[in-house]
Design a protein around this ligand. Structure first.
Ligand code: AMP
Ligand code: MG
Length: 422
């Protein structure tokens, strides 16, 4: 006779769940639901960091704007460069960077020239000062310098009409400098995506309140605020909402009227007081998914009125993992950004990692160079989904694929550096 067993639902502790979606499919479904926002605004380039271009940027000027010298030396007409013998040239004046030589040049003469100074009319070559013998207003040159040497042509870097940056690009500091170098003061960018978020849970206290009876401070709103700031989102922080049906329902209604995206944390698991699922089933077109990832399996995604809804799990690490893997790509698409893959690298893992097949795991790692200059990663201690310090210490995710089991030290693993996650 078999021993009696309790029939149980599949829980977060199980690793393989046939009803779970693979993260790739979940992300595809999410992206297919997202359309870019329509609004565009013209803003000063200094304010454009992390915003997404709504126009192609073309250059209206040549960079460099004029043909100039790449070296300190003497600007000459290449016809005056001798072959096989030494020739003498008369120095007519000096061309400085920002103070060009304006005079004319006759055969057999030259101009002293500094790096960055405009090439005087009638000259096409610079003979570097080390290759010249100077006596008073005269120099002696030989034939070793070739026509066009040591000269930077106008438009050599960027020519008038060149396409410089594409619409859909998220602007980084170099891009902003590049736009400035073209003399462009303002650019058209897509409007900020409006993102409302709140935390759910009776146990959550705001900073400044006292903790009693197992309360905890709400940290999710702060990590979300940080991640959304880096995305250039318009942030609407709605605070902590208690596990009360009416209050939650009201919060959902306010958020969906004011935002393009609503993010909640907590209340999407199967706990008794987690009402998010119930309310969303009533208010919106929302799917509740188990995604085959760890941490962060329960995830809700859908629509409430015109707002896109993400119901993230409550655990602090799960919030960050699901934000980076699912919310961030959605926000990128919504803000008009061209598809950008998260950078994944390979590194040798120097820790032993525990894992069971059945889910993709995002363990927290510290990536560094070993003594041979090779990329090596090790884990940041305990990997529980509530241990936010593991995220704080980490500089990358170690991604272990669905089918893999544990990892022995020395194995090469996939990693995502946080610097590529914004
Ligand atoms: P839940 O999904 O609501 O069952 O929450 C899962 C776990 O995450 C519980 O231990 C919660 O106390 C914790 N948690 C939920 N929301 C937050 C938050 N905003 N900040 C920190 N921890 C949270
Ligand atoms: Mg809760």
């Amino acid at each position: 006779m078999n021993a009696p067993v309790i029939q149980k639902d599949i829980s977060c502790m199980d690793d393989f769940d046939p009803k779970s979606l693979s993260p790739d499919i979940a992300l595809k479904k999410i992206k297919s639901e997202i359309t870019p926002v329509k609004g565009v605004e013209k803003i000063a380039i200094r304010s454009a960091l992390n915003r997404v271009l709504a126009e192609d940027i073309y250059s209206g000027i040549n960079v460099p704007s004029g043909t100039n010298s790449a070296m300190d030396g003497y600007a000459v007409n290449s016809k005056d460069i001798p072959t096989g013998v030494v020739a003498g040239l008369r120095v007519m004046g000096t061309s400085w960077a920002g103070k060009p030589f304006r005079g004319g040049l006759s055969t057999g003469s030259c101009v002293r020239i500094m790096t960055g100074a405009l090439m005087p009319e009638g000259t096409d070559t610079v003979i570097i000062q080390e290759d010249v013998e100077r006596a008073g207003d005269n120099i002696k040159i030989d034939g070793k310098t070739k026509k066009g040497d040591n000269v930077r042509q106008a438009g050599e870097d960027i020519a008038v009409g060149d396409l410089i940056l594409n619409r859909g690009r998220r602007l980084n500091p170099a891009d902003i400098g590049l736009i400035a170098s073209l003399g462009i003061a303002e650019v058209s960018v897509t409007r900020r995506v409006r993102v409302a978020f709140f935390s759910t849970g009776d146990e959550l206290r705001s900073i400044g309140e006292e903790l009693t009876d197992g309360d905890i401070y709400d940290s999710n709103r702060y990590t979300l605020h940080g991640m959304l700031s880096r995305m250039g989102a318009h942030i609407i922080d709605m605070g902590v909402i208690t596990d009360d049906k009416d209050t939650l329902e009201e919060a959902f209604a306010i958020a969906s009227n004011n935002a393009d995206v609503l993010i909640t944390s907590g209340g999407v698991s199967v706990g008794e007081a987690d009402y998010v699922k119930e309310i969303m089933a009533k208010l919106g077109r929302v799917e509740f998914w188990k995604v085959a990832i760890k941490p962060g399996r329960p995830l809700a995604f859908g629509r409430v009125d015109n707002a896109v809804f993400f119901g993230l799990p409550g655990n602090p690490v799960s919030v960050m993992v699901t934000f980076y893997e699912f919310v961030q790509p959605a926000l990128r698409k919504m803000s008009g950004e061209k598809d950008s893959e998260i950078l994944t690298l390979k590194a040798r893992c120097d820790s032993k990692l525990k894992k069971r097949p059945g889910r993709v795991e995002y363990q927290r790692g510290i990536l560094q160079k070993d003594e041979n200059g090779e990329l090596a990663v090790f884990k940041t201690g305990a990997q529980g989904s509530g241990i936010l310090s593991s995220m704080s210490q980490a500089n990358c995710f170690i991604i272990l694929p669905m089918e893999s089991g544990g990892v022995e030290p020395g194995t090469v693993v996939d990693i995502q550096p946080f610097s590529s996650l914004i």
